[in-house]
Design a protein around this ligand. Structure first.
Ligand SMILES: Nc1ncnc2c1ncn2[C@@H]1O[C@H](COP(=O)(O)OP(=O)(O)OP(=O)(O)O)[C@@H](O)[C@H]1O
Ligand SMILES: [Mg+2]
Length: 358
């Protein structure tokens, strides 16, 4: 530990510290490094698989990484090798670990997803990253998350025998999910939240819909995960629609991942197949959203009349048609909803670094 701290202290002199925001979602891990024109954004699926035998070939994608852990502060990872994101999906389509399976997995695999995301970037011998992380329950998981991620990690990206990289990670803060999005809403022009008043926010995530109430100034006074699921429920409804199953012809449901990509591309095309699911999407979207808005209104009822701002963020608000339906209910969809939390966390990281780490 002492040797690695020394190595870290020495190396920081010639390798700049990059301020980073990390939003580890149940469905998508979002990482933002640096700011301005040199800012880098990485988004990978929240999937991991451990490799126990030689790969036939090197795998590479901007949406997933491959790393071999040689040595470092995570002794439990030494000599182990992992694929994350799309690469995990390619290698083990049915048996990979999904962070959406259990909220505790976000912590358990926090370093894996982070290293997997860094693996997608151009090679560097050394990385010094100052991280602001978010987690659904910061009070319970703060220390454990810090322990899993912090320190020096000596790894090879893209294959065991590739040149090594020294990844030095400092955790500046661990904040509740949504703290970064709140700060993002204040930073845009004009601001989307009035800081002097109460604000209501709905997070449309992959697995969850979360209602958060912010007091004037930004402290969280109430937070509740709705009983219903997030975007995954809409994707599953499309995947199990009889019209799609009939088209696919095998009797099995469609692929959630293929549907997600078709929605994000706004083409609604089912992979390379000659099937467009736009009308199926339109049919399910309205009820999916109506149910969630109704339950959210019930949850935030006490604050609704006095709240100055009512916003929605999370990738779900970027799905076609959602922001218009939210607007009709008096809710402002945050542009860049999927990235908002990571953008806010990255800005905080820059701020803390420029104040000398305080
Ligand atoms: N630009 C986009 N257009 C359309 N849909 C999008 C876009 N970006 C993200 N999404 C969708 O939004 C959904 C939620 O994404 P988000 O990144 O908020 O989830 P998450 O943070 O992984 O989940 P959770 O908050 O439940 O942990 C995903 O299904 C994703 O496909
Ligand atoms: Mg999220």
């Amino acid at each position: 530990m002492i040797a690695s701290q020394l190595a870290q202290a020495e190396s920081i002199h010639d390798c700049p510290i990059i301020p980073v925001g990390v939003d580890s979602g149940a469905g998508l891990v979002k990482l933002i490094l640096g700011s301005g024109s040199s800012q880098i954004r990485v988004r990978t699926n929240s999937k991991i698989v451990e490799i126990r035998e030689e790969l036939h070939d090197n795998l590479a994608s901007p949406e997933g990484g491959h790393f071999f852990y040689h040595s470092g502060d995570r002794q439990d990872l030494v000599d182990r090798e992992f694929l994350t994101g799309t690469l995990a999906n390619w290698k083990a389509p049915t048996t990979h670990i999904k962070l959406s399976d259990d909220p505790a997995l976000k912590v358990e695999y926090s370093l894996h997803t982070l290293l997997g995301a860094i693996a997608t970037l151009p090679y560097r011998k050394e990385w010094n990253l100052h991280l602001i992380l978010s987690i659904h329950n910061a009070k319970i998981f703060r220390d454990l998350l810090n322990q899993k991620v912090s320190g020096s990690h000596h790894v090879s990206f893209g294959g065991k025998n590739n040149s090594t990289s020294q990844v030095n990670l400092t955790v500046g803060r661990v904040l509740p999910e949504g703290a970064g999005s709140y700060s993002y809403c204040l930073s845009v022009n004009p601001p989307l939240i009035d800081r002097t008043g109460t604000a209501i926010a709905l997070d449309f995530g992959t697995s969850t819909i979360i209602c958060t109430i912010f007091a004037p100034g930004g402290s969280i006074v109430h937070r509740q995960v709705l009983e219903v699921g997030g975007c995954i429920d809409l994707l599953s409804a499309i995947a199990t629609d009889t019209e799609l199953i009939q088209f696919l012809g095998s009797g099995k449901a469609g692929s959630i991942e293929t549907i997600r990509q078709g929605i994000e591309a706004t083409t609604f095309q089912y992979g390379t197949r000659d099937f467009n699911f736009k009308s199926i999407y339109a049919r399910y979207l309205k009820t999916w959203l109506k149910d969630r808005i109704r339950l959210a209104f019930k949850e935030v009822q006490e604050w609704r009349d006095s709240a100055q701002s009512f916003v929605a963020w999370g990738g779900g608000v970027e799905m076609p048609g959602v922001s218009k339906l939210l607007q009709a209910q008096g809710i402002t969809a945050v542009p860049d909803g999927c990235w908002a939390n990571a953008i806010g966390l990255q800005r905080m990281s820059s701020g803390i670094l420029s104040r000398g780490g305080k």
